[in-house]
Ligand binder design. Structure first.
Ligand code: NAX
Length: 328
């Protein structure tokens, strides 16, 4: 039997945690033959710790065959010990009257502490996925706070955007999700993201020619994908949780187990590809193999795409500049 993998999850008593933990323990993320140990982090607050205990009671009650252990933590230094995978879901939500700048700073503080803890105690091969918003900038801060870990181990979640882009395109062309390849989402996990199907195929045929509707692309598709989070809040009264958990599972599963040559989207530190400055945490089209991702190279970027990529890049650079004084 395989040795268990240690999976640390922050914000474990939150909404996303409530969908995510059960699926990890069920083997949906690392494979049906891979035992896991869950190391769960919540804030020291008594209510949060109690809620976490409640979630752990339910996980116990599932009697998951693959669950080889589970611990509760209020300190990242113990939660991240020897972690093979770290899902950083917990973040400071935007409170009433809170400025964007305050939100960035509150989160910068959390992700500095957590980056340092990962640096100190996690496995040297730890795969980190940041879900908590602003996800790209939080991932950037954690990466910068962990100078002894490879920068490439830090990623941000664009997969929910990718999956939203897939499902909207599939509905438009009236074909199953599985018929679509080579779709990607560039940039920031925010409404400025650019869902790009200019390279995509549907059953091997160019998606662009099949859609052949520029007005729909600009006025319906991109806004629908870009503002989907707000539409879910409006409809459900709560932000996306099960779909976010599902995307986190997809992201890590593909990173660890490979995409067999197929494209997906990951937020990763740029290596300078496509003119994105090195180190910026940016959504790119990638393929994965043997636990490593690779940016899809050599794509022709048309003028409209370039304009959209520049916009989302600009936003990310502003976010980064807003926290520069906090990051070493
Ligand atoms: P919840 O507010 O339900 O849960 C967050 C949990 O994190 C809370 O239990 C809180 O106590 C805990 N927490 C806060 N700070 C912490 C810290 N420093 N260490 C450990 N735990 C901490 O939010 P939920 O709906 O689960 O969403 C979590 C995060 O995901 C939010 O930041 C949200 O904005 C973000 N999202 C990101 C998405 C993405 O695609 N990247 C999509 C979904 C989601 O909106």
């Amino acid at each position: 039997a395989k040795a268990p993998m240690r999976v640390a999850v922050t914000g474990a008593a939150g909404q996303i945690g409530y969908s995510l933990l059960f699926r990890i323990a069920n083997g949906d993320m690392l494979g049906k033959d891979q035992p896991v140990i869950l190391q769960l982090l919540e804030i020291p607050d008594e209510k949060a710790q109690k809620a976490l205990k409640g979630v752990m009671m339910e996980i116990d009650d599932c009697a998951f065959p693959l669950l080889a252990g589970m611990t509760a933590h209020s300190d990242p230094m113990t939660a991240f010990k020897d972690a093979d995978v770290a899902l950083l879901v917990g973040a400071r939500p935007r409170g009433p009257g809170m400025e964007r700048k305050d939100l960035l700073e509150a989160n910068a503080q959390i992700f500095t502490v957590q980056g340092k803890a990962l640096d100190a105690v996690a496995s040297r091969n730890v795969k980190v996925l940041v879900v908590g918003n602003p996800a790209n900038t939080n991932a950037y801060i954690a990466m910068k706070s962990a100078p002894n870990l490879p920068a490439k181990n830090f990623t941000a979640m664009l997969r929910l955007d990718h999956n939203r882009a897939l499902s909207q395109l599939a509905a438009k062309v009236g074909k199953p999700i599985t018929s679509i390849e080579k779709l990607c989402v560039w940039g920031n996990h925010s409404p400025t993201m650019y869902a790009d199907f200019t390279h995509a195929t549907v059953d091997g045929q160019p998606a662009k020619a099949l859609v052949n509707d520029e007005a729909w692309t600009k006025d319906v598709y991109l806004p629908t994908v870009g503002k989907r989070g707000a539409a879910i809040i409006e409809a459900r009264g709560l932000s996306s949780a099960a779909s976010a958990a599902n995307a986190a599972i997809d992201h890590v599963r593909d990173w660890v187990l490979g995409t067999n040559g197929k494209w997906t989207t990951m937020g990763i530190p740029s290596d300078g590809s496509y003119g994105i400055p090195e180190g910026i945490m940016f959504g790119f089209p990638v393929t994965t193999e043997n636990g490593e991702y690779k940016i899809v190279q050599g794509l022709q970027i048309d003028a409209f795409s370039q304009e959209r990529i520049n916009l989302t890049l600009k936003e990310l650079q502003e976010e980064r500049d807003g926290v520069k004084h906090l990051v070493g």
